[in-house]
Design a protein around this ligand. Structure first.
Ligand code: PLP
Length: 482
């Protein structure tokens, strides 16, 4: 839902006030309201234009030119019913509450927008969630949590799988289960979502940043070794953008130095390293089910391990340090990182379709590469021969000199054409909580040139073509400077 407060004007507003608001880009329509904020009428660019052409002055009251008979939708009505009111002619549908106040707005332009990511919730999600509600099992007890964990374990390789409240919670629990704390150091890639490093800080330990490798965009094994000290306890390889890290090399280093390996698989469920699924390659695997991930539970995560003692400790820590069967007796100081039955119900439905989601992401990646792979200045994502990437979100680099424009310029131009994109993460070493001196050449380079393109599970081939056609048209209009 957006902030619609800028779309509201009171009855004293002039046509100039209305035009000014419209000019600020408030979604193409403003609304005149009474003292109780009930909508009396609507004004679009076209309404103001027609009023001026008919002889109105900019100082005239906007109420004289507003449209009182506008098409409106109802908050609480099915989304599809409200959307069906949009057409080439009716380009804005305000959603009003029963009192007639503006709550949200649908716009035609937005219907044509291609979002970066979109969850696919068209399977059994609704049925399973309503099952929980009907049965009254909405907290963390209930059969869906076990079903979800068991499906996830089958998906992986039979490892123990514990559902938790987020990917961040999974990572935090993993460090806690390994007893990592004050005085310890953990090696983390400089290019990742910050949660990977935050959890280290929350344990009282120090994240030690290592640069990434240009050929995988993930932790560079050569950089790890240089960062190891007598305080180092663990390494967190992050399978960034769906491409696995070089796990044999990382495991060999960990083995040599007696370090634990926690895989951050938040962006890589289903990716394979030399045929083996990520999440089962280190001591502990951590997954995220935020809404843009391969499968989603809204918020949620999974922590996996083949080690039964670690699984037991993770389970204890997840639930306040209490064991089932001995309520209010705390063996250790734990957390409440449990997943709810409601989330797990969505998770079970998502797992029923997970193989299709993974395949679709790979197809989306291949489609983009087929269309954009030979364009000078565009660098395609890594694809090591030993890796089966899932292109979690299709991401590429824009080299300004060859492409004729920067990543940010491309993003701005795509946004203006209704195509949502996202820049890469900032390198951690430049951000206040993790600031670290030193050279992080590759992560800095990737961070400044990386852009992610729309890759939702339900994006159509036509939409991918529209993104590619638009990228190509924008680039063709630029002069490469080399
Ligand atoms: C690499 C990485 N690690 C950890 C997380 C944290 O997961 P969550 O948002 O579920 O806490 C995310 C993403 O959201 C991520 O991309």
């Amino acid at each position: 839902m957006r902030d619609i407060s800028r779309n509201l004007l009171d009855q004293s507003a002039s046509l100039r006030d209305a035009l000014q608001r419209l000019n600020e880009g408030v979604y193409g329509a403003v609304f005149i309201t009474d003292a109780k904020e009930r909508v009396l009428g609507m004004l679009t660019d076209g309404d103001v234009r027609r009023a001026l052409l008919a002889g109105a002055a900019l100082t005239d009251p906007a109420v004289d030119s507003m449209n009182r008979e506008f098409v409106k939708g109802q908050v609480g009505a099915p989304h599809a019913e409200n959307v069906a009111k949009l057409s080439e002619r009716v380009r804005h549908v305000p959603l009003l509450d029963p009192a007639g106040r503006l709550v949200d707005m649908l716009s035609w332009a937005e219907m044509l927008r291609i979002p970066l990511m979109q969850p696919a919730l068209g399977g059994n999600e609704l049925a399973y969630v309503s099952d929980c509600v009907t049965a009254g099992w909405i907290s963390s007890q209930g059969e869906y949590v076990q079903r979800f964990e068991s499906k996830f374990s089958d998906f992986l390789d039979g490892s123990h799988a514990l559902a938790v409240s987020s990917g961040t919670a999974a990572l935090h629990l993993a460090l806690k289960a390994l007893d990592i704390g004050r005085g310890d150091e953990v090696i983390v890639p400089d290019l990742t979502f910050a949660a990977t490093a935050n959890v280290v800080l929350h344990c009282g330990a120090t994240p030690v940043l290592a640069d990434v490798d240009q050929s995988t965009w993930t932790l560079d094994p050569n950089e790890i070794e240089r960062r190891i000290s007598e305080r180092t306890r663990a390494i967190i390889p992050v399978h960034l953008y769906g491409h696995p890290c070089d796990m044999d090399q990382i495991s060999a280093i960990a083995h040599r130095h007696g370090l634990k390996v926690i895989e951050d698989c938040a962006e890589a469920q289903g990716a394979r390293y030399r045929g083996r699924l990520v999440g089962a390659l280190g001591d502990i695997g951590c997954f995220s089910f935020f809404s843009n991930k391969v499968i989603t539970t809204g918020e949620g995560g999974m922590v996996t391990t083949a080690n039964p003692e670690l699984a037991d400790r993770l389970r204890l820590l997840r639930d306040h340090g209490m064991r089932r069967g001995r309520r209010y007796w705390h063996e250790i100081a734990g957390f409440n990182y449990r997943m709810t039955n409601l989330q797990a119900a969505v998770g079970v439905a998502q797992m029923e379709r997970v193989q299709g989601f993974i395949k679709r992401r790979q197809e989306i990646g291949e489609h983009y590469i087929a269309r954009l792979g030979t364009i000078p200045g565009l660098v395609m994502p890594p694809r090591q021969p030993w890796a089966q990437t899932i292109y979690w979100i299709f991401s590429m680099l824009v080299e300004p000199r060859a492409a004729g424009l920067s990543r940010d310029e491309l993003a701005t131009e795509l946004e203006a054409r209704g195509i949502e994109t996202r820049p890469f993460f900032y390198p951690l070493h430049v951000q206040p909580p993790y600031a670290e001196a030193g050279e992080f050449r590759v992560s800095s380079y990737l961070s400044s040139q990386g852009i992610s393109l729309p890759s939702g599970n339900e994006i159509s081939a036509q939409e991918i073509d529209r993104v590619c056609d638009t990228v190509l048209a924008i680039i063709e209009n630029r002069e490469p400077s080399q």
